[in-house]
Design a protein around this ligand. Structure first.
Ligand code: DGL
Length: 264
């Protein structure tokens, strides 16, 4: 079984890609809704949550764990790998490398939570993989919480996003990296803003391919039945509602029961 977690519904974008890549895998999705947003918290707090959730998922029998959250990956993926040596741990990092490689203007922007934006891990990713491209890191406080409300076509949000993006687009940025898994669900609104000037870069499918490789390499996996279990540390019912609102009905069809509240 593969465990996938995020602070909330953002990781459903990664989960959906994993289902496409591994249709028979059994999946457990855990939303740490009681502690959202991660992006406003310090790294030690986020690491504490990630270790707790990782331990729980491993106890439930997950042989692979996908940290479907850029913020938790930056703060905790190394600690998770250390604490769970027998589990394959996959993280999600902003697509700086593909964006820089594809950019024609040599200028890219990364949208991220405040925590990811100031993380050493993102700074290192840029040093290693941006090459000569200039990278503007744009912290987006409040955006993940906005996605949780499921009001994705809010004109006020579109104004905020336009104000944030306009200067870097005017300066020539031609790739905009979605550096938080929640932002995938804002893509329709963001596409209207960047249209004709930049393309959005999302890594959900690349993460799913990496997950498939890991499962295949582990070699001893019995094929699953394509079932999905949902869990949350608060308001589990919101997860099911999100599947409908975000057009993720193929995930809903796999559910083995209602979303469950877990106290961890
Ligand atoms: N979805 C998460 C990410 O990819 C974090 C959102 C939050 O809780 O701030 O960064």
């Amino acid at each position: 079984m593969i465990g996938v977690f995020d602070s909330g519904i953002g990781g459903l974008s990664v989960l959906s890609a994993i289902v496409r890549a591994l249709p028979r895998a059994d999946l457990l999705y855990l939303a740490d809704t009681a502690h959202i947003p991660y992006g406003d918290k310090d790294e030690a707090t986020i690491r504490g949550r990630a270790l707790r959730i990782g331990g729980y998922l491993a106890e439930r029998g997950c042989r692979q764990i996908v940290v479907a959250c850029n913020t938790a990956t930056a703060a905790a993926v190394a600690a998770l790998r250390e604490s769970l040596p027998r589990v394959g741990v996959i993280g999600v990092e902003p697509g700086v490398k593909p964006a820089a490689a594809a950019s024609r203007s040599g200028r890219i922007a990364v949208l991220a939570t405040a925590s990811t934006a100031r993380s050493e891990r993102l700074a290192r990713l840029i040093r290693r993989h941006a090459g000569a491209a200039r990278v503007d890191i744009l912290p987006c406080p409040g955006w993940a919480t906005k996605v949780e409300t499921l009001r994705l076509d809010d004109p006020e949000f579109a104004d905020t996003a336009r104000r944030l993006l306009e200067p870097v687009l005017a300066a020539g940025a031609d790739r905009v990296v979605l550096g938080c898994t929640h932002y995938t669900f804002l893509a329709p609104a963001l596409e209207k803003i960047v249209a004709g000037r930049a393309l959005l870069v999302d890594v959900a499918d690349a993460v799913a391919r990496q997950c498939r490789r890991l499962v295949e390499e582990s070699g001893n996996e019995t094929p699953g039945r394509g079932r999905l279990a949902l869990m949350a540390t608060a308001h589990p019912e919101r997860l099911r509602r999100a599947l409908t609102a975000l057009d993720l009905e193929p995930l809903a069809a796999r559910l083995s029961g209602p979303a469950v509240l877990v106290n961890i």
